[in-house]
Design a protein around this ligand. Structure first.
Ligand code: COA
Ligand code: ZN
Length: 303
């Protein structure tokens, strides 16, 4: 059996949420369609956050309603609370993600709740989502370090991940929200977590702030993790976490996977078209470390 990575492109949500240029609903739809065309089968499309908190995602309802999703593809949406879940269900979403930050301060900055209340909100949202027949992911954010509270203890991450698992989340996503981790940190957190959870229940979400996202991804692969978030062109950043840069670029992860004989289903040349669309939408040139090389390959092959 071939070994495979399951990549969720979070660019339309994590990548676009903090852009200062407002991106049209049609533009977002075009980007998502280009990602489907490039072979991505998991996309985090938007968030049903308060439009006051995240203006760029104010069109979540319209975007999800008008989206044509291939039969074998999955689209998830982030919901910060039960109001967000209600909106997501109403719009026809089939999969949601909740976010629990591992620290008190980060929860307050992100969703204006302390850790205990955030935990309860996530539990309730997961329960309601399961009742509505939705698939669920749960992020544990700032899982390596918090911009306000410093290094996050791996015992805390494991504890919160298990809370989310017990509340019914089918996938727990360990997120380096500010891109502070080195591979040794990833090993520390995953060693603790994987003593309690099977690797196929775990995903990882890296930002490339310090240029270590791909090294961190490789570390996770060697730990048996196969579920990865990445973002087209490396778009990304959290508006509530100072210093957070873009996500691990989808093209960098997909290229590494290809060279390491891990299936992704992604067509790298078609991915370049999605990068172009992302650049057009945000008004500047985006792209991961490998993007120029991929474009040169494309030119050489006369594609
Ligand atoms: N969607 C739309 N509106 C929402 C909402 C949602 N999910 N949740 C709350 N609201 C509305 C309320 O109805 C209320 O509206 P009103 O002013 O017209 O009465 C208003 O927002 C304030 O509600 P409240 O519960 O007091 O929320 P808040 O102001 O404390 O904000 C959140 C809390 C969670 C809604 C907000 O901080 C948020 O959306 N955060 C998202 C953060 C995020 O997406 N971060 C990036 C990803 S990690
Ligand atoms: Zn992120």
């Amino acid at each position: 059996m071939t070994d495979a990575l399951f990549i969720t492109d979070v660019g339309p949500r994590d990548g676009l949420q903090s852009q200062s240029t407002m991106v049209s609903t049609e533009g977002k739809r075009a980007l998502i369609e280009a990602l489907f065309d490039a072979g991505l089968r998991r996309i985090e499309a938007t968030s049903f956050a308060s439009p006051k908190a995240v203006p760029q995602m104010a069109d979540a309802d319209a975007l999800i309603r008008g989206l044509v999703v291939p039969d074998d593809a999955r689209v998830s949406v982030l919901v910060p609370n039960q109001r967000g879940l209600e909106r997501a269900v109403e719009a026809g979403a089939r999969e949601i993600a909740v976010v629990l930050a591992a620290t008190e301060t980060m929860n307050r900055k992100n969703i204006r709740m302390g850790l205990d209340q955030a935990l309860q909100t996530c539990r309730d949202t997961l329960t309601d989502a399961a009742r509505a027949g939705l698939r669920t992911r749960a992020y544990v954010a700032v899982a390596f370090a918090c911009p306000f509270e410093g290094v996050t203890a791996e015992a805390r991450v494991t504890e919160l991940a298990l809370e989310m698992r017990n509340a019914g989340a089918s996938e727990i996503v360990i997120a380096d929200t500010i891109g502070s981790a080195a591979p040794t940190d990833v090993a520390r957190v995953l060693d603790a977590l994987l003593a309690h959870l099977p690797p196929d229940a775990v995903g990882v979400h890296f930002h490339d702030t310090r240029g270590m996202a791909l090294a961190n991804a490789w570390c996770a692969i060697t730990h048996g993790v196969r579920r990865f978030d990445a973002s087209i062109g490396g778009l990304g950043g959290c508006p509530f976490a100072p210093g957070a840069a873009g996500n691990l670029a989808t093209e960098d992860l997909a290229l590494m996977a290809q060279q390491c004989k891990l299936e992704t289903g992604i067509d790298l040349q078609a991915l370049c078209a999605a990068i172009d669309i992302a650049s057009e939408l945000v008004g500047y040139s985006v792209g991961g470390r490998s993007e120029r090389w991929l474009v040169r390959q494309q030119q050489r092959d006369g594609a």
